[in-house]
Design a protein around this ligand. Structure first.
Ligand code: ANZ
Ligand code: ZN
Length: 868
């Protein structure tokens, strides 16, 4: 029988039209069903969607469609993370306005996403560059300001003198600007900060309860917050103290190593350094040089450790009569601890490098477990492991933990100039979040600078502070700064002429609350608090591991800050988090070593004999390693090409099928073709089934009919579990298996009406099981099988638990502790039946050799043990 091929392109457009017209994915906030909020990280509108998006959004869509079928009121929105540098770069390079560039990209990408058949509520769509969105963000800023969650401070920034812009640490490469190549300067700018560090402890301890987050992300967040328990210790100067500095305070996490101290080091930005620079040009020159090097952690870790001996000395707190030299050193940060340390070279790598450069003593005080105290020495590797204290007077013999405590107690009881010499302190690595950017394409910070009143927040009723459209990008720097009129305004407090803040907000601010905005994007306040509380937290958030730290941490902070300012009343925005793997692909290089795109190639052969040739000219190219799809390596596949040739369902199915969703998936042409063959096969089976006569449900089922029913319900049970557990590849595997079962039952069936009924019923279940993954094909099959309504609105099939009971079980049979055979018996076989059957097995009889067994033990449903 000839069947028509399934025409994916035609069918997909048609069903998308039906869904749209019926608005079946429009979510009502007043729907009384239980809520489920599934969200994928919204895209940056860079131009076109890539395969990573396809993978990400397909996973979210499976969850959304599944939960809808399970009776939830599902929120599944989409928007655009639309502010940022690339739009300005495009403006500089291609003379296109950032706004036009952004909205054009959004239009292209929206159309691409729509062609994927995602069950999104497009009525809630917004872009963060929409005036409406950033107006509400400005309201949030003002509310945070009022609540003391925002402040201004001077801070050091990397300044690119050519591009006239602040650079993030990652944009400084070997001391030069990443774009301009100019030597980067350190500048002090007054910038706006969010007080995220006030929440350090709360952000840290709440990680314990995020039990539906991947462990690796929880660990990364903990490390980023970086709690350390330490001690602040006062050191007394030997001889006359420098003016204005009675003592030198340091922070250490290793007070146990104090007997091994051999120097002190100050940050170049320490106040004492500033005092000493006065009248000391050599020190000033050294400090200048340190500043040029930059302050990124990466730079500090890798740069050569350098110092300047100030000539000052301090008294060792516990070694009577000993003094230690005070250096200014390039690896000490001012904004951690107290900006000063004691160095113990034997037990810290940086201190050891430093000591070896300046010929300072290296005295080990912690002895490794097996080492000999008389011969143990440190040369180029410090010892940082567990051990026992030695060379340390009253600490000798103690563990590190006990020695830390003993030293802390000892110093806490002593005083220096009337204050205790030591104080226990908890420090966090997490710094306040600097949000000022000297850029145009971002949310304007709604404050005004008045000569009389200082910094004045804009009045809420004057919002939005709109971005001007008439800006130029022909010279470097911030277009808002040089705008002829935009930055002139009147002071909200005294009414006199004043100047607008020209900094805009870090784009991470935009993405820190969009999930809350989706709950009521039409509202004229940032949120409708009751609605936000009803929808949040996001039940399942899905995105890339690259956002494991900053985006998630900032969103967790924002949720807390929005709680403090009454915009919602919970603390944690994302209940479940899933980080998907990447899409990877082979790479190809031509004879000149240039990357070649797979679209320009043809392939021959298989396995080790597989070869690739250029379509043009037919030269052979080298097949290289499998790498993350990237434009630079030209190993990308355009999702639209795939959807045009195979359809969205094929792309979706393949994305889900090949690897566990948290691992990388290798995109291969043969894999896509396999997925496409499956689509056609399902369609052919439906056509065949349609040809069979209608039957009524038989009174009872047995034989082949029962077997079909059981296979269907077994698959139903596992697909359910696998989607709930986000193991989409396993759900796909179960569906492949079921297809084989249905297909052979269909082929064998010679008009048995019970089997026909089981197949017809089974197919209606089967279609609903793959509908979350291949929704268009599912609609087409649903209709072909004579069902009313849309499968996208159909309920999930009901599981018949009684069909999951296995009739037979297989037990391993051991003789004298060694497995000899498998025994298959009826699931309800008695103890006696099992013993008899086990003893009758050929391998068992051979060992028993005619003798009766000494003992036979049947562990029900597990194992049979025979002692010969
Ligand atoms: C003495 C010592 C001996 C240290 C030893 C370490 C090992 P965490 O654990 O990350 O908090 N430190 C303190 N302030 C610093 C600053 N502003 N810039 C650079 N380094 C600083 O790190 C704390 C340790 O880092 C402190 O403990 C201090 O060195 C150093 F065998 O004190 B330690
Ligand atoms: Zn004023």
């Amino acid at each position: 029988m000839a069947t028509e091929r399934y025409n994916a392109r035609e069918a997909e457009a048609r069903w998308q039209g039906v869904w749209d017209e019926k608005e079946i994915f429009r979510t009502r906030n007043d729907n009384p069903k239980p809520k489920y909020y599934v969200l994928e990280m919204f895209p940056y509108p860079s131009g076109r969607i890539h395969m990573g998006h396809v993978r990400n959004y397909t996973m979210g869509d499976v969850v959304a469609r599944y939960k809808r079928a399970r009776g939830f009121n599902v929120l599944h929105p989409m928007g655009w993370d639309a502010f940022g540098m690339p739009a300005e770069n495009a403006a500089m390079q291609n003379k296109v306005h950032p706004k036009d560039w952004t909205y054009e990209n959004i239009a292209t990408m929206r159309a691409q996403l729509k062609s994927m058949g995602l069950s999104l509520d497009w009525h809630r769509e917004f872009a963060t560059c929409d005036v409406d969105y950033y107006t509400q963000q400005q309201h949030l800023f003002l509310d945070f300001l009022k609540a003391g969650l925002v402040y201004r401070k001077q801070s050091k920034v990397n300044w690119d003198p050519v591009d006239q812009t602040v650079l993030a640490n990652e944009q400084v490469i070997d001391g030069r600007g990443w774009r301009s190549g100019a030597l980067v300067e350190q500048r002090e700018l007054t910038q706006w900060f969010f007080r995220i560090s006030d929440f350090s402890e709360d952000l840290l301890s709440a990680i314990d309860d995020l039990d539906r987050w991947p462990d690796k992300v929880r660990t990364m967040q903990r490390n980023w917050i970086g709690r350390s328990e330490g001690l602040k210790v006062l050191f007394e100067f030997d001889g006359e103290a420098p003016a204005g500095h009675d003592t030198l305070e340091i922070f250490t996490t290793r007070p146990d190593t104090l007997f091994g101290a051999s120097f002190m080091a100050l940050s170049p930005d320490h106040p004492l350094t500033a005092t000493l620079m006065d009248g000391n040009p050599e020190l000033s020159a050294f400090v200048e040089e340190c500043r040029r090097m930059g302050t990124s952690v990466a730079t500090l870790e890798t740069a050569e450790k350098r110092g300047f001996d100030t000539g000052l000395r301090v008294r060792h707190p516990v070694l009577e009569g000993e003094t230690l030299p005070v250096y200014v050193a390039n690896f000490i940060l001012m904004d951690y601890g107290t900006g000063a340390i004691f160095g113990c070279p034997a037990h810290d790598q940086r201190d050891l490098d430093f000591a070896n450069t300046y010929g300072l003593p290296v005295r080990p005080v912690v002895l490794p477990p097996e080492a000999d105290a008389d011969t143990f020495a440190i040369e180029t590797e410090p010892f940082t492991g567990e051990g026992t204290l030695f060379n340390s007077d009253f600490l000798n013999g103690l563990s590190i933990a006990d020695a830390k405590d003993a030293m802390a107690r000892h110093l806490e009881e002593r005083t220096l100039n009337g204050t205790p010499q030591a104080k226990r302190e908890i420090n966090y690595r997490l710094r306040d979040w600097g949000i000022s950017r000297q850029r145009y394409w971002g949310c304007p910070i709604p404050v005004v600078h008045c000569e009389d009143c200082g910094v004045v927040p804009e009045k809420a009723e004057n919002l939005p502070v709109r971005l001007p459209d008439d800006v130029t990008f022909d010279v470097p720097g911030n277009p808002l700064d040089r705008h002829p009129t935009w930055n002139q305004c009147s002071c909200p407090s005294c009414g006199k002429p004043a100047r607008r803040e020209t900094d805009t907000m870090d784009t991470f601010v935009d993405s820190s609350w969009y999930f809350a905005r989706f709950t009521a994007p039409w509202h004229d306040r940032p949120t409708e608090p009751d609605t936000a509380d009803a929808w949040l937290p996001v039940d399942q958030y899905i995105g890339g591991i690259e956002h494991a730290i900053l985006h998630l941490l900032y969103s967790r902070f924002f949720t807390r800050a929005m709680k403090e300012t009454g915009h919602l009343s919970l603390k944690e925005p994302f209940k479940g988090l899933f980080t998907q793997g990447m899409v990877v692909h082979e790479t190809y290089k031509d004879a000149d070593g240039q990357w070649v795109n797979p679209a320009d190639l043809r392939f021959e052969g298989d396995g080790a004999d597989r070869k690739a040739f250029l379509l043009e000219g037919d030269a052979e190219v080298t097949i290289g390693s499998i790498e993350k799809m990237s434009k630079s390596k030209k190993n990308t596949i355009d999702p639209t090409d795939i959807m045009n040739s195979y359809g969205a369902d094929t792309a979706r199915w393949f994305m889900l099928s090949d690897s566990p969703p948290d691992r990388d998936v290798i995109w291969t042409e043969s894999g896509v073709e396999g997925a496409h063959r499956f689509v056609q096969r399902v369609w052919r089976l439906v056509a065949e089934l349609k040809a069979s006569a209608a039957t009524d449900k038989p009174a009872s089922m047995d034989g082949e009919a029962l077997a079909v029913q059981k296979a269907v319900h077994k698959t139903l049970a596992s697909v359910e579990k696998d989607i709930e557990g986000l193991r989409f590849n396993r759900a796909v595997a179960a569906l492949y298996e079921l297809t084989n079962t249905l297909s052979s039952a269909l082929a064998k069936n010679k008009g048995d009406s019970a089997v026909t009924w089981a197949l017809q019923d089974g197919f209606l279940i089967f279609v609903r099981l793959f509908a979350p993954m291949m929704p268009h094909l599912a609609e087409e099959c649903w209709q072909a099988l004579g069902q009313d309504g849309l499968v996208s609105e159909a309920e999930w099939p009901e599981l018949d638990e009684s069909l999951l009971v296995e009739d037979e079980i297989t037990l391993p049979v051991q003789v004298n502790g060694k497995k000899r055979a498998d025994l298959t018996v009826a699931a309800n076989a008695t103890q006696d039946d099992i013993e008899t059957a086990a003893l009758a097995l050929e391998p068992v009889q051979r060992i028993l050799d005619g003798k009766a067994p000494r003992k036979i033990i049947v562990v029900p449903k597990r194992i049979v043990n025979i002692v010969a």
